[in-house]
Design a protein around this ligand. Structure first.
Ligand code: G6P
Length: 590
């Protein structure tokens, strides 16, 4: 989950480049940061706890053509300056940053201790520079020493290291993303494209089990196991710098909520032949499984209803982290559909491995082109949401639901109806996202922000939206929020309701509306402060947030006011919605 960025080339402002680029990776983790710059005098390391966004790149103005940087999401060892990366070799000539976990670090550490190494941090990372140093002591060049050290590490990781004397920057990937930016003035190596997007949009992807080496003038890819060279294609990425920036918005989360005025139409813009091929693959499959994590998992739960209601098709939905338990049911004719914004989530990649080990095919629905999930899948559909930077997923989720709704229509041989519905839904969302609507939600947030608990109920496809509402509110505002199926209230949760407890009822205009109204009435009878999110006002609502009637796309419009409410609750409670505590956007560890 950590952010990694390095530069090697002609430019002399390497320190500034990596600090500025690192700010664009902060969504990957932000408990501490660190930078290594090579100068004639040696390697200078600066690191601290806190966010890189508070650091000025002007403080890194020394002449430096080789630098690397890291923003951390702690796994091993607390959040302290000593545990922040980079970590240096004992002789001070090699600096290392790392993402992922070196699973056998404890064993390696014991061996290194017997060789006289003392450890200054509690991280697994610190073994890496020492292992490289040990290998170099036996006469190996830096690239050979780096590769030999990697051969001894177990686990899923991305490592980036620089060596002052040889002027080389080297990275290895086994499980955590690394991408090379090919610039006019040198090479950039990062865990995600936004780090170097303002310098170049020409990229080369590392695959698992590969190393990349550069002296700033040329670049070589190798197989970690054999050391053999590998050829790579250069790919032009389509995202623009502007898309990845906040513009005039106070936060990325708000910008991305507002992006939904257009992103639904972009999600609907799929190659018709491809969608029909996928629909056929689903028809042919002996069992279709739909998995994702967090918000993407809730999108999958909504899609289960889309497939059932729109096309009468059954799919099995589970959280990607639980998918291993389904392996008994997989046969080569099974189809796994994985949904992931980043395309790098460890549990999603593992689910794909489980399916592939049984010979099953995989369809990936992703946002990030060239991501690990996209490249490992048999079929890929992109949601075309553009970069999503806030940790809390908003436009990616509605994009994921849109693509799955489209597939449901394709299964019914009514793809054009699906497209039309989504384009109309995009227009409805455009109307919803007006300043008056946002203002109204801000007022409601103001009325409930001091409460400790908030409960959300929904039924049918609004049940997963109730669960998603709870995630959204918890993660950015730290208010305790829980979502329930309306029918489950009487089986326990209703005991939590006291006079004044804020509760939200999600309603559509469908066959479960009257049941849901009964459930909402039960809350009201216990004194709840009832907020209805619904196309129609009902007398039991204390507050009403109108949603348009969007037919089978109803869950997509229902979640919009909740996203704004979560954002407003965060801001009004003094929290940073873009960087919620303890979380990271891309979860590359299991
Ligand atoms: C993290 C993010 C969530 C996201 C989940 C799955 O928890 O904070 O917003 O839904 O990971 O991520 P993915 O990239 O696979 O969609």
């Amino acid at each position: 989950m950590c952010g990694i960025f390095g530069y090697s080339g002609k430019r002399q402002d390497g320190g500034k480049i990596v600090v500025e680029g690192l700010k664009n990776l902060e969504y990957r983790g932000y408990d501490s940061w660190g930078v290594a710059c090579t100068t004639k005098a040696g390697i200078t390391i600066r690191k601290d706890i806190g966010k890189i966004s508070t650091v000025s790149s002007d403080d890194f103005s020394e002449t430096c053509c080789l630098a690397l940087a890291h923003t951390r999401w702690a796994t091993h060892g607390g959040v302290t300056p000593a545990n922040a990366h980079p970590h240096l070799s004992r002789d001070g000539t090699v600096a290392v940053v790392h993402n992922g976990i070196i699973e056998n670090y404890a064993e390696l550490k014991e061996t290194l201790k017997t060789k006289g190494y003392t450890f200054v941090s509690q991280t697994d990372t610190e073994v890496i520079p020492y292992m490289i140093e040990e290998e170099m002591k036996s006469g190996k060049s830096f690239p050979d020493a780096f590769r030999n050290a990697c051969l001894q590490f177990h686990g899923r990781y991305a490592i980036l290291a620089l060596h002052q004397a040889s002027g080389m920057l080297i990275a290895a990937r086994t499980g955590s993303p690394l991408i090379v930016g090919v610039g006019k003035d040198g090479y950039y190596i990062a865990s995600d494209i936004p780090a170097f997007m303002e310098h170049t949009r020409t990229v080369q992807y590392l695959d698992d089990g590969e190393i990349v080496e550069t002296d700033g003038k040329k670049i070589t890819f190798r197989d970690i196991a054999t050391g053999e060279e590998r050829q790579k294609r250069e790919i032009q990425i389509t995202w623009t710098v502007e898309q990845a920036q906040k513009g005039d918005f106070a936060h990325f989360m708000l910008k991305e909520i507002m992006d939904q005025k257009e992103s639904i139409a972009r999600a609907a813009n799929q190659d018709e032949e491809e969608i029909m091929t996928i629909a056929q693959a689903i028809r042919n499959a002996k069992g279709t499984f739909l998995v994702g994590c967090g918000t993407a998992h809730k999108a999958c739960m909504a899609a289960e209803y889309f497939f059932s209601v729109v096309s009468g098709h059954h799919v099995n939905v589970c959280s990607a982290g639980e998918f291993k338990l389904y392996h008994h049911f997989l046969v080569p004719e099974s189809l796994l559909i994985v949904v992931s914004q980043s395309g790098e989530t460890a549990d999603v990649l593992e689910a794909m491995n489980v399916a592939k080990s049984k010979g099953a095919k995989v369809l990936a629905i992703v946002n990030v082109e060239g991501s690990s999930v996209a490249r490992a899948a048999d079929y890929t559909l992109r949601i075309n949401a553009g970069p999503e930077r806030a940790v809390a997923s908003t436009k990616a989720m509605t994009g994921q639901m849109s693509v799955m709704l489209l597939i449901a229509y394709a299964l019914k041989n009514a793809l054009h109806d699906g497209k039309t519905l989504l384009l109309e839904t995009g227009a409805l969302i455009n109307d919803m996202l007006n300043p008056r609507y946002v203002e109204r939600i801000a007022t409601i947030a103001g009325n409930i922000k001091r409460h400790e608990h908030l409960y959300i109920i929904g039924k049918s496809w609004h049940y997963p939206m109730a669960l998603e509402s709870a995630i959204k509110i918890q993660e950015v505002s730290y208010m305790h929020a829980e979502g329930f199926a309306g029918s489950e209230l009487k089986h326990g949760p209703i005991a939590l309701i006291e006079p004044g407890t804020p509760c939200i009822a999600l309603l559509g205009n469908d066959e479960v509306t009257s049941d849901m109204l009964n459930n909402a009435t039960e809350l009201k009878a216990r004194g709840a402060l009832l907020i209805g999110i619904a196309p129609k006002r009902h007398e039991i609502f204390d507050e009403w947030l109108k949603t348009p009637d969007a037919g089978a796309a109803q869950p997509i419009v229902t979640i919009i006011p909740i996203q704004i409410l979560a954002y407003e609750l965060a801001v009004q409670r003094g929290k940073d919605p873009d960087m919620p505590r303890n979380l990271a956007k891309s979860v590359t560890v299991k």
